[in-house]
Ligand binder design. Structure first.
Ligand SMILES: Cc1cc2nc3c(=O)[nH]c(=O)nc-3n(C[C@H](O)[C@H](O)[C@H](O)COP(=O)(O)OP(=O)(O)OC[C@H]3O[C@@H](n4cnc5c(N)ncnc54)[C@H](O)[C@@H]3O)c2cc1C
Length: 375
């Protein structure tokens, strides 16, 4: 391995996209990923803007048709892509597999600790291995919303703040056999936004995850979300580990909704939901101070990308921002350890607007007073 190869922590969307961009300009990367290799991890749909993925096509040496065939979600009846003028629904697991090709990814490496001595740096992983560099190599923190790389920089408020927004959101996933689909469900395979229904101010949404013609199965993700009130404080304060144990609250909420129209009545159904994977999500929002991005690049050789720098709540544009960050970052770094943080930040100055726009969109989706009406 060349001593100047770039280390990336996290084989998520930003880390992999960056690895691909740098591969094209013959800069080697080593990507350390916490989890073991698993091609079906993250087997759900995400919505990408065409303006996000088109610049990747050159890097991947792919036509748009090939890209859409490989990662796009298709409608089981018409075979059409789930897309509109601007957006495409893609299966995240398929996108990840595509982006992983030909990269040096060390799975099962969870970053624990970073120690620097002058221009030397030692990165220690939970499995006991270490990565020691004796020059000022670039280290990319692309390890998502709970970034361990960011934690190692000891950034605190107001430089970095992970803010929990006042919304309650539950998510479920369901896989069904095509021949048993409830009436109207395939409407969510006609647009990237899926289908939505508001009942008592509570927003119910169903979106396409994938259609598997070999197994004749269809998968969807569904969410229930609403503005929070004081009674929800425990849900807003919960720990990461409670995400799964709060499934009962999801079912309890659905039980209060009353009769729903098809196909929402089949998906948000308290009997069938118990078979699904249910989670309570926190809507987290964060934004790192641009000056800090410059300082950490200059003084530590560490660059934070994607959710590690600026998490958006879901639904949001986190994947689009993560890929755009990677494409832009690749333009400003070279294998000698140089990174032009100022130029990178200037090009990505929409981080701040993106956060505000996303928060405005969430507010518009969740009318105030919703919960009072429901109770
Ligand atoms: C269900 C769901 C639906 C979504 N839908 C959309 C959508 O429609 N549109 C959109 O734009 N965004 C969407 N998002 C958000 C989007 O997926 C994220 O914003 C995006 O993946 C962020 O990319 P990233 O590279 O910053 O982080 P991630 O993709 O989260 O990757 C981080 C990687 O780092 C690894 N890692 C973490 N800690 C360590 C460690 N200590 N050591 C080593 N590796 C580590 C993780 O395992 C992971 O592989 C959705 C997210 C979810 C969960």
């Amino acid at each position: 391995m060349s001593p100047k190869s770039i280390r990336i922590i996290g084989a998520g969307l930003s880390g992999l996209a960056l690895g691909q961009c740098l591969r094209r300009v013959n800069i080697r990367t080593v990507i350390y990923e916490r989890v073991k290799a698993n091609p079906t991890r993250n087997n759900y749909g995400i919505t990408l803007y065409k303006s996000t993925y088109k610049p990747l096509l050159d890097t991947l040496r792919m036509t748009e048709d090939d890209f859409c065939r490989q990662v796009g979600v298709h409608n089981p009846d018409s075979g059409a892509l789930v897309s509109d003028d601007q957006r495409l629904r893609v299966n995240r697991a398929a996108l990840t597999s595509l982006l992983e090709s030909n990269l040096d990814i060390r799975f099962g490496h969870k970053l624990n600790n970073i120690t620097s001595y002058g221009t030397s740096r030692c990165v220690t992983f939970q499995n006991g291995t270490q990565d020691l560099t004796e020059d000022f190599s670039i280290l990319i923190g692309a390890d998502g919303v709970h970034s361990a790389t960011r934690s190692q920089l000891n950034l605190s408020k107001p430089v970095f703040d992970l803010e929990v927004l006042p919304y309650i959101v539950f998510n479920g996933k369901r896989r069904m056999v095509y021949s048993n689909l409830p009436p109207g469900l395939l409407d969510c395979f006609t647009t990237p936004n899926g289908i939505q229904h508001v009942q008592n101010g509570v927003l119910l949404s169903i979106k396409a995850d994938f259609w598997n013609p070999d197994k004749q199965t269809v998968a969807v993700s569904y969410t229930l979300s609403r503005a929070a009130d004081k009674a929800d404080q425990a849900l807003l304060d919960r720990n990461i580990s409670d995400a799964e144990t709060l499934a009962k609250s999801f079912v309890d909420e659905v039980a209060t909704l009353g009769q729903l129209p098809a196909p929402f009545d089949s998906i948000f159904n308290t009997d069938t939901m118990s078979e699904d994977r249910l989670l309570h999500w926190l809507m987290r929002s964060s934004l790192i101070d641009g000056k800090v991005v410059q300082d950490t690049a200059l003084n530590h050789g560490v660059i934070l990308l994607g959710d590690a720098a600026h998490a958006q709540p879901i639904p949001g544009n986190g994947a689009n921002l993560a890929i755009a960050d990677a494409l832009e970052a690749a333009k400003h770094m070279d294998a000698s350890g140089k990174f032009d943080a100022a130029a990178f930040l200037e090009a990505r100055s929409d981080w701040m607007n993106g956060k505000r726009e996303n928060e405005r969109a969430l507010k518009a989706l969740h009318p105030d007073g919703a919960r009072k009406a429901r109770i």
